[in-house]
Design a binder for this molecule. Sequence first.
Ligand code: NDP
Length: 257
Amino acid sequence: MTPRHGLLRGKVALITGASSGIGAAAARVFAREGADVVLAARREDRIKSLAEELRSEGARAEYAVCDVTRAQDTVAAVECAVDRFGGLDVAFNNAGFGVGRTPLHEMGDDLYDQIMDVNVRGVWNCLQAEISAMLAAGTGGALVNNSSVGGLRATPVAAPYVASKHAVIGLTKAAAAEYADRGIRVNSVAPGTTRTEVVGAWFDAHPDMEAALHQATPQARTAEPSEIAEAAAWLCSDRASFVTGATMPVDGGFTMV
Ligand code: NDP
């Protein structure tokens, strides 16, 4: 059995985009840190088997099939936490995607809409459902949105992604300001390039791009998904009790230089 620690002991956590990459790593880190977890994503096979894996290690884990662009799905995911575990204390709004490397003037409106829909409306839907549940319970809570280094600075040929991730930081600050007096903290993480399945496959096909990214990063490497998850877990925990409206770069120094 995996040893379980206590950063999130007694907390009920919702993690979106938990079927792969950073979200799946977060599910493991949050459960290991003592949280009861609800895993949300569209690929049921993946979240179901991850929930089973976590249960086999002694955690309490449920899953909710959820498309974050549909408000009713995010409400249902929050209801899953309330029904199964008695409430919602923390959430990592991580679901998102980006298809980069298309010049702005050549990118179709469909792709722009899709990126905005998942990355901005998705976080919007999550915040609405989560904050409503927290206000109803009157217990406060902590929310972490997954932005990107693309939310802090521009990278070429990824305009809608950059715009969407700047918007995530705007939503984070607006929600933090609005609900601070009711005990709800809202923060963002801004990951640098992280070696998920998709990114790993892309680097395998373009080793020159990986080398260039390493050169632009003081720590000269990409992140492991668990390194982003650790930052999100801390921001969700009571140890970050005076942190709200902040965006934490987790990027090996990429945005520092
Ligand atoms: P993955 O593609 O591995 O994971 C993306 C997750 O988001 C999947 O679980 C996917 O689940 C979910 N998702 C996508 N669309 C939806 C939707 N409409 N409704 C619900 N879930 C959805 O990528 P990463 O782990 O890399 O990405 C996670 C987050 O991290 C994203 O917000 C991304 O922008 C951000 N990020 C990633 C970086 C990186 O280098 N990897 C760098 C900076 C930020 P499913 O398909 O099952 O629905």
